[in-house]
Write a protein that binds this ligand. Sequence first.
Ligand code: ADP
Length: 440
Amino acid sequence: MWPILERLRVEAIKQKESAAATNSTTKRGESGVGSANEIDTKPKEKEKQTKRKRGIYINLTQCKYDTVRTVAAQRGWLEDEDDKGKKNLFTVYWCDGAVTKYRVAQLKNHQRINHFPGLEVLAHKTHLSQILNKMEKAFPSEYNFMPKTFILSRHVEPFRAYCTTPNGHKKTWIFKPSTGACGKGIVLTKDPLHWANDFDDTVVQEYITNPLLIEGKKFDMRVYVLVTSVRHLSVFMYNEGLVRICAVPYQQPTSANMDNECVHLTNYSINKEHPNFSPGESDAGDTGSKRDFRWFNRFMTENGQNPKDVWADISDVIVKTLIAAHPTLSHMYKICFPHSNAGFTCFQILGFDILFDTQYRPWVLEVNQSPSLRGDTPIDFRIKTGLLQETMQILNLRLSDEERDQDLQQARSRARLLGGKFEAASKSGGKHVKTHMAVE
Ligand code: ADP
């Protein structure tokens, strides 16, 4: 679990204003340069560059979330407004969508980006099923936390065969598009063979018919996990998150109720449209259709469960899922940085969707690579800003990292000219750092 960190009380808005003032001064200076001849402009260009306020810069030009903006400003980070960070002057690049390996490979050692290349291995349901099925074959008693899943594009015949066995017969199945989200395109059925040929990039999964219920309703948990390195696999689980409860009481699946999404699917985007959905009155997280983990811990205790044991089980399935994806993720990282990279360029917040059955057994349903960071309700705002504060704290960014990076770059260039191994000495935060590095 992450420690609960004290909130920072940096006067963020003031910092933002002073950054804006610096920018506008620079712009005014620029307009005068246009009329000068070439010899005059050069020193002014240089002056303009040196005028950039010293600080940690975050580029949010591809990020729509105000929560990220707010928390970055609270930390005193400045906004790099360069569109898509093309000039590469930021310390952190934070975007909502996935990134390509080419984008990541451009980054310098001190820079950070909030996505790992190749993360589809977790986020696409077909890839996730593939790696977890493979691990289940090798370690059946360790990797049995994803409901039985078939990838239709590859395993339609084994699926058909399974459905005719005594085990597979009469089960309820859920069809899920591989890259689907928010419950879109999901079909629940007891007659899977009727559907098996109708889907393309889809998984079909055994439906958990005995979910744990809260006040008679099905729910799932959104657990936030931060990965800060795949080279030195580092994973943090946030100790707050969302319990998302259906709007309508649960019923065992029958042909009469299987189309009722608010009975069977816990997605917020579906249930919020139902008149019974209750947003909760405050940010306390103990009423309504969305609750927090503090409340869930009390719920478990009241129902005779030890929250510590349940959380140990949850972290176990999360770590095992990440271990299954690790070879792909570290391979992709290595492709981006074949040489001289400390291993901390990428970080990512993941949203694990976990369902419990009546035995409090956690089932991994899916992993979201861009979980919503929207703070549109009080509980969302509290949980997501808390998550972002901890994330930015854990990144532990220091201005001296950039200086050290520049020193190392220079040393590496010198070594390239001279050939062979080199020893780079750099000043970092007043401390003298020595780094030995082999030349590529
Ligand atoms: P999406 O990415 O579209 O949200 P999910 O895999 O998260 O797809 O499924 C949507 C919802 O359907 C889940 O939040 C859960 O409530 C329900 N669900 C999905 N898979 C199962 C399953 N195997 N058993 C029971 N319920 C499931």
